[in-house]
Design a protein around this ligand. Structure first.
Ligand code: AMP
Length: 215
């Protein structure tokens, strides 16, 4: 079974999603990451996507859905997915559900629940590793990434994401309120809600307790 992970920006979808994917052997589809990768290419589309991400607006649905279809078409048989960052609006929920149905895939929705106040605080203070994209909260005072990759410390430089600036953050939170919340409504039956306010270890524990019941 696939999981569709919802949560406001800063809810911990990346970090907790990774832990969930490791424990339950799911392949992550990280929409923002896939779009950031696309934005680095040398094409008209890439430049358009980059400019949209930088101001915090949503990338057009057809672009996003093409990436998802491509991802699904390359997925080894029997692999379950954790969708992170999709759907972000009602139209996208409809496209995604149709695609999952066509591919005979079952899913459950999971919400990492935080307040807008917590989201703002986390987004304005977090840093991200330039190399492996691990996220570091405000209370991490080091300058280099301490994540272990294939047994070696990553040591990547910690930077602020280009769309973690106050204006783009407010735009992204508004997009969540206006567009993603109505899309989330479509999944409210059977949605697994996890309180995401506590520290990572605590939220991870809550998530595993709930997911152990269904996976
Ligand atoms: P994220 O890493 O999830 O915060 O996403 C970063 C940015 O990528 C967002 O602010 C949007 O510009 C874009 N993005 C991510 N997911 C989607 C999506 N499902 N639909 C449209 N745009 C998206």
């Amino acid at each position: 079974m696939d999981l569709i992970l919802f949560g406001m920006q800063g809810a911990g979808k990346g970090t907790i999603g990774k832990a969930i994917a490791e424990k339950y052997n799911l392949q992550i589809f990280e929409t923002g990451g896939a779009l950031r990768a696309l934005s680095q290419e040398d094409s008209e589309l890439a430049r358009k996507v980059k400019s949209i991400i930088e101001v915090g607006h949503l990338v057009p649905n057809d672009v996003v859905m093409e990436i998802v279809e491509n991802f699904l078409s390359k997925l080894p048989q029997g692999t379950n997915i954790l969708f992170d960052g999709i759907p972000r609006k009602v139209e996208q929920a409809e496209s995604l559900n149709a695609l999952l149905k066509k591919n005979g895939r079952a899913y459950r929705a999971v919400l990492l629940d935080i307040s807008e106040e917590t989201a703002l605080k986390r987004l304005t203070t977090r840093r991200i590793c330039k190399v492996c994209k691990t996220i570091y909260p405000a209370d991490f005072t080091g300058e280099k990434c301490t994540a272990l990759i294939n047994g070696a410390t990553c040591n990547g430089e910690l930077i602020t994401r280009s769309d973690d600036n106050p204006e783009a953050i407010l735009t992204r939170l508004k997009a969540f309120r206006d567009e993603t919340l109505p899309a989330m409504e479509l999944y409210k039956d059977g949605m697994i809600k996890i309180n995401g306010e506590a520290n990572i270890e605590e939220v991870e524990k809550l998530a595993f307790e709930e997911l152990d019941k269904i996976l």
